[in-house]
Design a protein around this ligand. Sequence first.
Ligand code: NAG
Ligand code: NAG
Length: 409
Amino acid sequence: MKILGSIFFAAYISTFLCKAFATTYYCKDKETISIEGESTGIIHTIASGASSYGNNVDCSWKINAGDGNQLHMKILSSNLEYTPPYTSCFTRDSLFILEGETSSSEVLVSLCGYFNPFEVTSKGQHVYLRFSTNDKNFYDYSGIRLQFQTFGNTSCPPEWRELPVSPMECYKIMTNPTDGLIWSTAQEYCGYSMSNLIVIPTEAIFTMIQAYAVNVSVEKFWIGLNDIETENTIEWIDDTTLYPNDKLQTSSISETNDCVIQDTTKAKWEFRHCTREKFPFVCQRKKVRETKFFRIPEAVDKDNFEPVSLRWVIILSIGGGILLIILSTILYCWIRRKNAARIRSENNRRQANYRPGTSSRGRRGNNSAARNSSAQDRDSSISMRDTDTTSLPPSYEEAQLHHYITKLT
Ligand SMILES: *[C@@H]1O[C@H](CO)[C@@H](O)[C@H](O)[C@H]1NC(C)=O
Ligand SMILES: *[C@@H]1O[C@H](CO)[C@@H](O)[C@H](O)[C@H]1NC(C)=O
């Protein structure tokens, strides 16, 4: 009896361990690993036994969740080479998650650089993952670790909640990244889980979500309500306008704050700045049918501050450059003219000094009695300039030239 008991105990422990430790599928270069009949598992984009991935690696995984199932993927950690924002992932170390059975299937999301969507959900039962690296790595990176789980196509994904008042929908309060997201990025991240920011048309759903948030200790979160498109036209991200009126704090409506959070401490909705504030957010998806993804409304007010100011920086620096060129040209011409005038006046003075006796001609004013002789000389050099130019003495250069010529001959 004792032996039988311990066998049962060992069997119990081993099944428990099997459940707790999902198989890890590592990267096998130039190979595609096929995964079928597994309800969960871990994919790690490094070779088995390695601590980082190498250069020029190309490995893939093909997961079949089984008939009537879909796949939910959670990115547990991500450590890839730095990729500048808005750079395509194609030439970088990257993981592509595709909807289908081949590497040419529809891309659900591509991961490179520091970008991490945290959760990705498939539409159907097949998912293809492809990890490839370039040859430019100087540092070591531990790659991406992600957990996949299958779930039925008529139920909510793992960790998503169903609210009794709205049984055909699934909800999740997203607390990753931990410092929250701006409103439009929150909607984008919902999209990776085939969902949208939450729409709360009734008081009952409001109360349920409030309780859910309190349960997971989230105080404030983005919801799908906004007046981005038209100031004071408040609508949900699906363009509907129905909501319990007494929840919205109308005092928070302003031209700069166009997106709405639910504040659980006040049990109220409040307008906040769409692009300058970050919060956790609540996503909502259909339990059975595929969820239609709603586009993010285009802001038509002055919210897009950055691109405008960048444009002005460019315009002003080009304008400033042109102005600088014009000013320095003017300055150069002015200096040249001034120099020419100085040389001319020096020549004139020399000429005047040659004939000191001619000072009385063309003198301005009649205060000559008060002047000494040198002042008279200076005065005469000024008056000389526009009077007698016919009988001028030779300049210093001319005199020197003459001196040389006479020496030579
Ligand atoms: C769920 O999957 C099964 C099997 O692939 C399919 O027949 C059924 O139509 C799917 N249901 C929905 C609601 O997509
Ligand atoms: C949160 O909800 C779960 C499941 O609904 C429940 O078991 C748990 O007691 C709740 N926790 C709190 C703090 O309300």
